[in-house]
Design a binder for this molecule. Sequence first.
Ligand code: GLA
Length: 400
Amino acid sequence: MLAKKVLFILLSSLLVSVTAEARDHADVLLGSPNGLALTPPMGWNSWNKFACNVNEKLVRSAADGMASSGMREAGYSYIVIDDCWQGERDHAGNIQADAKKFPSGMKALSDYVHSKGLKFGIYSDAGTKTCGGFPGSRGHEFQDAQQYAAWGVDYLKYDWCNTDTQDAQSSYLTMSQALQASGRPIVFSMCEWGNAKPWLWAKNIGNLWRTTSDIVDAWDYMHPKGWSMGLLHIIDMQADLAPYAGPGHWNDPDMLEVGNGGMTDSEYRAHFSLWAMFAAPLIAGNDLANMDAATKAILMNQEVIAVDQDPLGVAGSRIWKDGDAEVWSRPLKGGGRAVILFNRGKEARTIQVTWDQLNYPAGLPAKVRDLWQHTDLSSAKGHVGAVVGGHAVVMLTIKP
Ligand code: GLA
């Protein structure tokens, strides 16, 4: 009798600690200021390709391109105008679009984007001026949020230029609250470049936060002052950030450069694969009206997109590194793993991963699929490897 009682106590305390652990884990993962972006947002933003050359014709053509190319069906939905759309504030302080660039006005443009079955996004800045020198939202947060809602805005990217001594956390919180007070569901994209480590505090403020300064369309580049960087540097900066991402709140290693011409197709495949590994927002930054076949094949690789959008929402980590060879992995819903064998170097090399490294049951045979070749490899047990070309990835799923 006593033994039974002891066993019961033991079992129930075990149960309590298991549930507590599960709850802690869920608490880390869940968290969204507004219930939005339960998978990483997918869309397009004007900045990487067009910088300040934005106007309503360009934005309409991007919406047309997204709708006609198959990108909309592939899961992309947000059409986001970055900096330089703003005119002056009116006498009441309301922000207005530049009437030369946007003669039909923002509401008409937003209606057009919505008519294509897409969502509409816009850009502002927490400081007095945007990075391009246009009016920022400082002191106008609630007024601007109301204006965006009236225009039908679904997504706000909020930059960090000209913020002087402002505190990042309270500045982003103010706009987050302003968006919620607007009554319209608006995804909040924080563009603070990772300066104040937003992954530590922004889970209930924004849906995504930039983790680095600006991406440059290059494999390996670093601005002398760190103000922008190429792919490899951005990738390295994501290596320890996986625990901070989850449904509703994502690390944002900046927008995609796929199709912009500064890297080879193989390098762009690596770029896209790793962003999916990070559970990063997939925000295309190219000219959607003019995409070659290779660009389309990368941006619309449904198997890689499925990894990015995996409902479990656990981001991937670097689990092994030997010089230029790396292995990255993330758990998928249903017990599988997504794996990237990543070769940063110029020469091809063989890269291998063991089930052990993946925390995958060692004796369990697995179905292995190559997400770029779109082929099933023969069922593997214990390990899998491949020859990976220079500046390339092999991306696999390993599933029970
Ligand atoms: C900053 C941001 C970029 C872009 C520009 C616009 O540099 O990090 O993504 O929005 O401003 O001026």
